[in-house]
Design a protein around this ligand. Structure first.
Ligand code: PLP
Length: 393
C-alpha cells in the first residue's frame, strides 16, 4: 500500500494534557480517587442566566445557520464590550465569530501561513499553537519566557529569531501555562519591535477577565498604532465557564476578517446559532457571575502561592492571572515527567509536566486550580509528601 498519511502530521503530538486526563478516566473507572489539576477547564457551572438564554433561544426557533460572520447583535455586543473595557474602537465588521478559540487559531493560521513560513511562539506555550504550526507546514521559532526574567519577553533573544520568513508572533496574555501577565512596558517594547520588524501579533487574550490584584488588563491592540498589526483571539470558554458551548471570536482589521471568513465558511460555516444568542446574554448580563468566579480563583491563588512556597523543594512565582500555577520543582532532583507520573500513578494527583508546553517547561509542573479549595488543600498535602519522598531518595 502507498503511504497515505500526510507529512505535515509527522511532528504533531497528541495533547499531553488530554493523555493525562484519559489516564485519570481509566483510574476513576477502577474506583480510584483522583485529584484533578490537569485541565484548563473552569470548575464552575455556566451561569444560570446564560443557560436560560440558551434554552430560550432554542425555544424561540434559533436553530438555523447564521451569517458566516456570526449574528450581528453578538458582534455588536463584543465590539461594545471590548471597546468600553479596553479602550479600543472595533466595529462589528472587524469581528468574526468562531466555534471556539481553537477554531480561531486555525482560521488565523490558514489566513497567514504558507508552507515554510516562520512564526514566533512562546516557550512554554499552550501546545495547540505549536501543533497547529506543524499542521500548517510552517516553522515555529521559540522565544523564552524565563522565571528569572519574571516570565517577560527577552528582547535580545527575540531580535535574533526574526528572519525574512517570519510573518507573525503569538502572544498569550495572561499566559497558559504560566499564569503570568505581560507588563505594560513589555507590551510597549513589543509594539515597537512589531513595527520595526514588520510582523503581525496574534494575541490570545482568552484569560483577560481572570486577572488579580486589581490589575487592569492591557489589550495589545489598544497600544498606539497596534490595532492594524493585531489579530486578537478571544472567547467565552474561560471567563463564563462555557467550554462546552464552543464560542469565540477573532477581532482584526476588516480585510483580514473577510479572508479569515473564507476559511471559517468552508470549515464550520458558523458557530452554533443558539450558542451565539447565549453569548449576547453572557456579555450583557453575566458580569457579576464572572466577578464571583474571579474572586474565587484569586482566593485559591493566594492559598496556593503561600502553601507551595512553604514546601521544601518547590517554589512559585506569584501567578497574576488565568488559573494556573507554574511550579518550579528543580530542587527535587527528578524530572518533571517522573514527578507527575509518580503523583498520578501512586497518589492519584493529576498535574502536568512543564515539558508538555516546550523545553523551557523542564523543571516545572502546571497545576490548574480550576478545582475546589478542598481538593486543592488535599492535593497539596499529597504533593508535599511526594516532595519529601524525592528529597529523601
Ligand atoms: N487559548 C488558550 C490560551 C487556551 O488556554 C485555550 C484553552 O485551554 C484556548 C485558547 C481554547 O479555547 P476554546 O475553548 O475557545 O477553544
Amino acid at each position: 500500500m502507498k503511504k497515505f498519511l500526510s507529512n505535515r502530521l509527522h511532528n504533531v503530538k497528541p495533547s499531553g494534557i488530554r493523555k493525562i486526563n484519559e489516564k485519570t478516566i481509566v483510574m476513576e473507572r477502577e474506583g480510584k480517587k483522583i485529584y484533578h489539576f490537569e485541565l484548563g477547564r473552569p470548575d464552575f457551572q455556566t451561569p444560570e442566566v446564560i443557560k436560560d438564554a440558551t434554552i430560550k433561544s432554542i425555544q424561540n426557533g434559533d436553530v438555523f445557520y447564521t451569517s458566516n460572520y456570526g449574528i450581528l447583535e453578538l458582534r455588536e455586543a463584543i465590539a461594545e464590550k471590548i471597546n468600553k473595557n479596553h479602550d479600543l474602537d472595533y466595529s462589528p465588521d472587524e469581528i468574526l465569530i468562531t466555534a471556539g478559540a481553537s477554531e480561531s487559531i486555525f482560521d488565523v493560521y490558514e489566513l497567514l501561513l504558507d508552507y515554510g513560513d516562520e512564526i514566533l511562539l512562546p516557550n512554554p506555550c499552550w501546545a495547540n499553537y505549536i501543533n497547529a504550526t506543524y499542521i500548517m507546514g510552517a516553522e515555529p521559532k521559540f522565544y523564552t519566557l524565563a522565571e528569572e526574567n519574571d516570565f517577560q519577553i527577552d528582547f535580545d533573544e527575540l531580535e535574533g529569531l526574526v528572519t525574512e520568513k517570519t510573518k507573525a508572533m503569538v502572544v498569550i496574555n495572561p499566559s497558559n501555562p504560566i499564569g503570568s501577565v505581560f507588563k505594560r512596558e513589555t507590551l510597549e517594547k513589543l509594539a515597537e519591535f512589531a513595527e520595526r520588524k514588520d510582523i503581525l501579533i496574534i494575541v490570545d487574550e482568552i484569560y483577560k477577565d481572570i486577572i488579580f490584584d486589581h490589575y487592569k488588563h492591557v489589550s495589545f491592540a489598544s497600544l498606539p498604532g497596534m490595532k492594524e498589526r493585531t489579530i486578537l483571539i478571544d472567547g467565552f470558554s474561560k471567563s463564563y465557564s462555557m467550554t462546552g458551548f464552543r464560542l469565540a471570536y477573532i477581532a482584526a482589521p476588516v480585510d483580514f476578517i473577510k479572508e479569515a471568513n473564507k476559511v471559517h465558511q468552508h470549515n464550520t460555516s458558523c458557530a452554533t446559532s443558539f450558542v451565539q444568542h447565549a453569548g449576547i446574554t453572557a456579555l450583557k448580563e453575566a458580569d457579576s457571575d464572572v466577578e464571583k468566579m474571579v474572586a474565587e480563583y484569586e482566593r485559591r491563588r493566594d492559598y496556593i502561592y503561600d502553601r507551595v512556597n512553604s514546601i521544601d523543594g518547590l517554589s512559585l512565582h506569584k501567578p497574576e492571572g488565568a488559573f494556573y500555577a507554574f511550579i518550579n520543582m528543580k530542587e527535587l532532583g527528578v524530572s518533571c515527567e517522573e514527578f507527575c507520573e509518580y503523583l498520578l500513578d501512586e497518589k492519584g494527583v493529576a498535574i502536568v509536566p512543564g515539558t508538555v508546553f516546550g523545553s523551557a517547561g523542564e523543571g516545572f509542573v502546571r497545576l490548574s486550580y480550576a478545582s475546589s479549595m478542598e481538593d486543592i488543600k488535599k492535593g497539596l498535602d499529597i504533593i508535599e509528601e511526594a516532595c519529601k519522598h524525592f528529597k529523601n531518595k
